[in-house]
Design a protein around this ligand. Structure first.
Ligand SMILES: [Zn+2]
Length: 124
């Protein structure tokens, strides 16, 4: 994917070079067309960058969703099979994030048995 952005950057650079060269020809119509091309290429580069970011986000969500299929929900928490350490139900339900809950010490138990280190919610 990063090669696409490098290609777009190179196209923008080449277009600017052509625009500079066209000024020696002194053809206003050609210069205008090349300037438009340069702007379109720059816009295309921005859109590519946004798509790359969106694609990375979607890949992350998909990976989390696929890997979460091995989770089971019981007694208000998500558990991985053969593992009794619960995951935060709030983080998973709202953002598909798998965050293990931290057991609380004596002081923290006044608020709950577990605390999520990501959303700071207490449970149990
Ligand atoms: Zn959480």
């Amino acid at each position: 994917m990063p090669d696409i952005l490098a290609t777009a950057s190179a196209a923008v650079t080449i277009s600017k070079q052509i625009l500079t060269l066209s000024k020696t020809i002194k053809n206003a119509e050609l210069q205008h067309a090349i300037a438009d091309l340069t702007l379109q290429l720059a816009d295309l580069k921005l859109q590519l960058a946004e798509l790359i970011t969106e694609n990375a986000d979607l890949n992350q969500q998909l990976t989390a969703k696929v890997s979460a299929e091995d989770l089971t929900f019981r007694d208000g928490f998500y558990y991985k099979q053969n593992d009794e350490h619960p995951f935060c139900p709030g983080c998973y339900d709202s953002h598909q994030k798998r965050v293990r809950l931290a057991k609380q010490g004596d002081f923290g138990r006044n608020f709950g048995k577990f605390k999520c280190p990501s959303c700071d919610e207490f449970y149990g």
